[in-house]
Design a protein around this ligand. Structure first.
Ligand code: ADP
Ligand code: MG
Length: 732
C-alpha cells in the first residue's frame, strides 16, 4: 500500500529553491509599474480629468459622467499597454477574501470584427449579480441586486495571473437600497468621520492643517509548509489548520527560529512575493522569521489606511498564488498548529496631517506636546469606553485559538503606554487640579512633559509584547487582530470610537471655554485630566498572559470574552447601535446583518473542522490504529504459543491496552461530536447555533485530539498516514 505521507516526504527531500527573476536589480525601477498611479495618471489623463480624479480622492467630490468616460478610456489604454485583456471590479465582500468577476474589453462588431471597449459606465458601476455573497438577509436573493461602485481613492492596478492580465478597479459593494455588503464601504465612512473629527481638534493647535489622514501599517504573520505535505493533510487543506498532531520532541522551546537565518526555499518565496508586491505598489520592506518554526512575517511602510487595507487584501491573495509556484502553501490561519505560536496581524494605527505631522508623535514644543497628549489620551479614552466592541471587531473562529487561549494577546483589551508616558499622565492628574489650575502648575507640567517625551523617543525598549493594544513611540499597535482578518473590520471600529470620542472632547473643551471663560490650553488640559482619571482601568503595564491579570481585569470591570459568539454580542448592544448610527457608519439593519453573517461564518468554520476531524479519525486514525492493534494481538498470540507468559507479555499487553483505550475514546468522542452537530444544525437562530457549536461541539475536539495524539505516539511510525508536526514544521 502507498503511504501518502512517505511519498510526500520523498518529494520534499528532493525540493530545491525555485530560482527568481526580478524585472530589474533596483526595486525603484519597477515599483508601482502595474498601478494606475499618479505618474501614469499624469501621463494618460487630460489635465481636466486628472484634476477631477484628484479632487475625488482628496475631498470625495463626485466625478461627472463625461470625465468618467475620459478616465475609463485612459485606464483602458494604460492597461492594454500592460497587456490586459479584461477588467474587473475588485471588491471585499464579507466572505473575508476579495472577489472579482472578469469582463473582456473586447466587443464584437458587425462583419465578424471587434474592438476593445471600456467606458465610464463600466468604470463607475457594475452589477455583479453576486447573489451568493453573504448579506445577512438584507437582499432578497431572488432580486439579487447588489452593485459595486468605483472607489477612486484606491488606484486601479493590473493583476498578472500566469500569462493573463486583468485591470482591477477597487470598488465598494452595496445593496440596491444602499446598505453596505462589504468591508470597504463602512471603512470609508469611518475614515471620513475620523478625518473630520480629528481635523476639528487639530484646529485648536494649528489652523493651517487642512486634512488629517488615518494611517495603517500592518505586519502580516504566516506559516509556510511544503505543498505535498499540505496536500497529505486534509485538515490543513479544508480548514486551514491541523485538527491534531503530536508536537513531538522539538517545538519552539529553543527559540532558535525567531530572527534566525531564513531557509533557502522560504527566502526564494519571499523575494518572489516582494517582487509581485512591488510591481503592484505594495511597499513591503521587512521580512523575518517569527517565533514558531516555519513562521514568518512581512511588513510594509505604512500608508493611508484605505490603501493599506487594499494592499493587505491583495498581499494575502498574492501570498497564496506565489506560494504555489514554489511548491509551498502559505497558512494564514491564526492557529495552524497547536503547541506553537499562532499568527496575528499587528495593525499599527496613527493619523497624519497634510502639514506632515504625525498626530501620535510626541512633539518638541509645549504646544505640539499638548496636541500629542490630546490625541493620545482621547484614543485611550475611546478604547476604555469601547473595549468590548473592539474585542468584537477581532473575533473569529481562528482567532479564538489565540485570544483567551494561553498565548499572544489575551481576550481582555488593555493598553500599554510604557513607563515614561505613565509618569506624564500621573503628573497631569496630580498637578492639573480641577478648578484651580495655577500658572505655576502649568509651567511645571510643560516642563515635565517637555522633558519626559524626548526621553521616550530615545528609549524604544520600553515594550510589552503581551499587550493587545500598545503605544509604540509614535503609533498605537493593535496586536490582537487575527492573521487572516480583513484589517478593515477592526480599523472601522477603532476609527469610529476615536472619532466619536474626539467629537465629545471638542464639545467639552468648547463648553469650558464658553461657560467659564477658561483659556484654551487650560481647558484642554482639564478635559485631558478628567479622561486620564476616567480611563485608568484600561491601562495595564504588566504581564497580560498571567492569571493575576484575569482576576484584576475582572475587578476593573473589563470584559473577557473568550469566544466569538459571546464577543460578537457587543456589536449589537444598544450602545454600539447608537455609536454606529450617530457617526453614520452602520444603520441598525446593517449591523444586525453583519452580526448574523459573522455568527454564521463562525458556525460554518467550526462545522467544517468538526467534519474533517470526524473523517480523519474514521478514515485514517482508526484503521491505522486497528491495524497496529492486530499486529500486537498476533505478536502476543505468537509469544503465548511459544510458551511465554506473565511478565514476558507485559510490554505488548500494556501497549495493546493503551491503544484499545484510545481507539475507544477517539471513536466515542467523534460519535458524540456528530450527535452534538446534529442538534446544533437544527437550531434556526444563528446566535444559538453558534453557541451550540462553541459550547457543545468544539469542546469535544480536545477530547478526540487527546486520544488521537496518544495513538500517533504509540502506533508504528511506518504506518502513520498523516504528515507529522516535526515534518511539517521544519522546512529547510
Ligand atoms: P515593530 O517593532 O513592531 O516591528 P516598526 O517600527 O518596524 O515596529 O513598525 C511596524 C509597522 O508600523 C510598520 O509597518 C510601519 O510602517 C508601521 N508604522 C510606523 N509608523 C506608523 C504610523 N505613523 N502610522 C501607521 N503605521 C506606522
Ligand atoms: Mg509590531
Amino acid at each position: 500500500m502507498i503511504n501518502v505521507r512517505f511519498n510526500s516526504l520523498d518529494l520534499v527531500s528532493k525540493r530545491q529553491a525555485t530560482p527568481i527573476k526580478r524585472p530589474n536589480e533596483k526595486i525603484s525601477e519597477y515599483f508601482g509599474s502595474h498601478v494606475f498611479n499618479d505618474v501614469s495618471m499624469r501621463e494618460y489623463l487630460s489635465e481636466e480629468a486628472y484634476l477631477s480624479v484628484m479632487s475625488a480622492i482628496e475631498s470625495g467630490r463626485k466625478i461627472d459622467r463625461e470625465v468618467a468616460d475620459q478616465v475609463a478610456a485612459s485606464m483602458k489604454a494604460w492597461a492594454m499597454n500592460k497587456g490586459a485583456t479584461h477588467f474587473t471590479h475588485w471588491f471585499q465582500p464579507l466572505t473575508g477574501s476579495t472577489a472579482e468577476k472578469h469582463d473582456s474589453f473586447f466587443t464584437p462588431t458587425k462583419g465578424g470584427a471587434g474592438i476593445e471597449n471600456f467606458n465610464g459606465d463600466k468604470l463607475v458601476q457594475q452589477e455583479p449579480d453576486a447573489s451568493s455573497f453573504p448579506n445577512g438577509g438584507i437582499r432578497n436573493t431572488f432580486e439579487a441586486r447588489g452593485y459595486t461602485a468605483w472607489d477612486p481613492s484606491s488606484p486601479a492596478f493590473v493583476m498578472e495571473i500566469g500569462s493573463g492580465k486583468t485591470l482591477c478597479i477597487p470598488t465598494i459593494f452595496v445593496s440596491y437600497t444602499g446598505e453596505a455588503l462589504d468591508y470597504k464601504a463602512p471603512l470609508l465612512k469611518s475614515l471620513h468621520t475620523l478625518e473630520k473629527a480629528a481635523l476639528d481638534v487639530c484646529h485648536y493647535f494649528d489652523k493651517n492643517v487642512k486634512k488629517v489622514t488615518p494611517t495603517l501599517g500592518w505586519e502580516q504573520e504566516y506559516f509556510l509548509v511544503d505543498a505535498a505535505l499540505y496536500d497529505a493533510r486534509p485538515d490543513l487543506a479544508l480548514s486551514g489548520r491541523t485538527v491534531f498532531g503530536q508536537i513531538g520532541a522539538k517545538g519552539q522551546q529553543l527559540e532558535d527560529h525567531y530572527f534566525g537565518s531564513i531557509p533557502e526555499r522560504a527566502y526564494a518565496y519571499m523575494l518572489d512575493l516582494e517582487t509581485e508586491c512591488h510591481k503592484l505598489g505594495i511597499p513591503v520592506s521587512t521580512r523575518h522569521n517569527e517565533v514558531a518554526p516555519s513562521q514568518y512575517e512581512c511588513a510594509p511602510i505604512f500608508e493611508d489606511m484605505n490603501l493599506a487595507v487594499d494592499h493587505n487584501q491583495l498581499l494575502m491573495d498574492l501570498m497564496d498564488r506565489v506560494a504555489r509556484r514554489h511548491n509551498l502553501r502559505v497558512l494564514l490561519h491564526e492557529k495552524p498548529y497547536a503547541s506553537v505560536n499562532g499568527s496575528g496581524k499587528h495593525n499599527n494605527w496613527s493619523m497624519g496631517t497634510d502639514t506632515g505631522k504625525n498626530l501620535l508623535s510626541p512633539g518638541k514644543t509645549p504646544k505640539t506636546n499638548l496636541q500629542f497628549l490630546a490625541f493620545f489620551v482621547n484614543t485611550i479614552k475611546a478604547v476604555n469606553d469601547n473595549e468590548e466592541l473592539l474585542r468584537a471587531s477581532i473575533a473569529s473562529a481562528g482567532n479564538d485559538h489565540r485570544l483567551g487561549a494561553n498565548e499572544a494577546p489575551p481576550a481582555i483589551i488593555s493598553i500599554f503606554i510604557g513607563s515614561h508616558l505613565s509618569k506624564v499622565l500621573d503628573a497631569i492628574e496630580q498637578k492639573v487640579s480641577d478648578k484651580n489650575f495655577s500658572e505655576q502648575d502649568k509651567l511645571d507640567l510643560k516642563m515635565e512633559i517637555h522633558n519626559g517625551i524626548p526621553d521616550l523617543l530615545l528609549d524604544n525598549t520600553d515594550r510589552n509584547r503581551t499587550s493587545p493594544f500598545a503605544f509604540t513611540g509614535n503609533k498605537f499597535e493593535v496586536r490582537a487582530v487575527g492573521s487572516s482578518a480583513n484589517c478593515a473590520q477592526p480599523m472601522t471600529v477603532l476609527n469610529t470610537i476615536v472619532a466619536n470620542q474626539l467629537k465629545q472632547f471638542k464639545k467639552e473643551v468648547d463648553a469650558i471655554i464658553r461657560k467659564e471663560g477658561e483659556k484654551k490650553d487650560a481647558a484642554i488640559l482639564r478635559v485631558i485630566r478628567e479622561y486620564i482619571i476616567d480611563s485608568k482601568r484600561i491601562i495595564f503595564e504588566k504581564d497580560g498572559y498571567s492569571i493575576e491579570w484575569e482576576k484584576e481585569a475582572k475587578k476593573r470591570g473589563l470584559s473577557n470574552n473568550k469566544t466569538t459568539p459571546k464577543a460578537l454580542d457587543a456589536y449589537v448592544s444598544e450602545k454600539s447601535l447608537k455609536l454606529f448610527k450617530d457617526n453614520n457608519i452602520f444603520t441598525e439593519v446593517e449591523i444586525e446583518a453583519r452580526h448574523e453573517i459573522l455568527l454564521e461564518q463562525y458556525s460554518k468554520e467550526v462545522q467544517i473542522e468538526s467534519r474533517v476531524l470526524g473523517e480523519l479519525v474514521y478514515n485514517y486514525v482508526l484503521p491505522t490504529a486497528i491495524k497496529y492493534q492486530n499486529t500486537l494481538i498476533e505478536n502476543i498470540t505468537g509469544l503465548q504459543s511459544a510458551g511465554i507468559k506473565g511478565e514476558g507479555l507485559k510490554a505488548q499487553q500494556d501497549l495493546l491496552n493503551k491503544i484499545s483505550e484510545h481507539i475507544n475514546k477517539a471513536k466515542k468522542g467523534v460519535d458524540e461530536m456528530i450527535e452534538e452537530r446534529k442538534k446544533a444544525n437544527k437550531l434556526d437562530n444563528e446566535r444559538q447555533k453558534a453557541a451550540a457549536y462553541c459550547d457543545k461541539v468544539k469542546p469535544l475536539f480536545d477530547t478526540i485530539r487527546y486520544s488521537v495524539e496518544k495513538l500517533e505516539f504509540f502506533v508504528d511510525n511506518q504506518e502513520w498516514p498523516l504528515p507529522k508536526y516535526r515534518e511539517m514544521l521544519f522546512l529547510r
